[in-house]
Write a protein that binds this ligand. Structure first.
Ligand SMILES: [Zn+2]
Length: 296
């Protein structure tokens, strides 16, 4: 059996799968992250969740896969680049390994998403032989994961696939990463809401902006910004890793125009006369993160 934990900003979810070949859910359970109470509380909540699962199914695991916001620095062993600030600079792997007495495999949540959709999700359903896959999460933030031959590309600094922090414009907003104009500060749900508020003076959720794009010129402009920079941003990834399949996830993956207008925009910037790489919708929904963690 495989044990996976998805550490999110508000919830920590745990899952046990029967095996990689037979990914049937044995148990699934959630607890609150309680990020505001600080790092030690988060570690304690992970511990309680794992103990709860092990007691329920009467099985003790040697290994635990965990997906986190941010990434573990392979040199220092400390978590970095997380938008959950209380985790940054903390030795999460070491602390969990000591507290739980297990081998801990950590990767960021976008890598987990990409792995799950590749091995168990829509890539596996439609392109089971794909060896080079790029997975994208577009929601409140923007993340990405590269899967080569069924494995994540962690990278020498643990930042493999992080297209959300590649720069696409000089006049974008400031990002928590310390730079300006990253993909995440231009096309994440949060960034688009801010952009709309700046041009219209009105505060709306992205779904509301999207719903009024045909009647409201500011909503239209915000939507066009998403399409343009989705294409530009993603073309940078395509030009480097040239994936066989791209799979989208996160809240914005429901926007149908990304697969049509966004695709055409991407096509414009790819360094090739033709472009036919498929972009797929996700299959696993919110479960991709926790499935991917178990697959680590
Ligand atoms: Zn950034």
């Amino acid at each position: 059996m495989l044990l996976g934990i998805d550490l999110g900003g508000t919830k920590i979810e745990g899952i046990v799968l029967e095996s990689k070949e037979k990914p049937i859910e044995v148990i699934r359970h959630r607890v609150d992250t309680e990020e505001k109470k600080g790092y030690l509380q988060v570690v304690d909540n992970i511990k309680s969740l794992v103990e709860y699962i092990e007691n329920k199914i009467k099985h003790k695991f040697d290994k635990l896969g965990i997906g986190t916001p941010g990434t573990l620095d392979p040199v220092t062993g400390l978590l970095k680049n997380s938008n959950s600030q209380c985790l940054n600079g903390m030795p999460l792997k070491k602390d969990l390994s000591k507290t739980l007495d297990k081998t801990i495999l950590i990767q960021n949540d976008a890598n987990c998403f990409a792995l799950a959709e590749t091995l168990l999700g829509s890539v596996n359903d439609q392109y089971p032989h794909a060896k080079n896959v790029f997975g994208i999460i577009m929601g409140t933030g923007v993340g990405g994961g590269i899967i080569i031959n069924g494995k994540t590309v962690y990278g020498s600094q643990g930042i493999g696939g992080e297209w959300g922090h590649t720069i696409v414009t000089d006049n974008g907003d400031e990002c928590y990463c310390g730079k300006r104009g990253c993909v995440e500060t231009v096309i994440s749900g949060r960034a688009l809401q801010t952009y709309y508020k700046n041009i219209s003076g009105r505060k709306l959720k992205f779904e509301e902006i999207y719903a009024t794009k045909d009647n409201d010129k500011y909503a239209k402009e915000t939507f066009e910004r998403l399409i343009t920079y989705f294409g530009k941003g993603l073309s940078n990834v395509v030009n480097i890793i040239d994936p066989e399949v791209i799979v989208l996830g996160g809240g914005l993956s429901n926007i149908n125009e990304l697969y049509t207008e966004g695709y055409n925009e991407l096509k414009k910037y790819v360094f090739n006369p033709t472009f036919s790489t498929p972009i797929l919708k996700p299959k696993l929904g919110d479960s991709a993160g926790v499935y991917g963690a178990a697959l680590l």
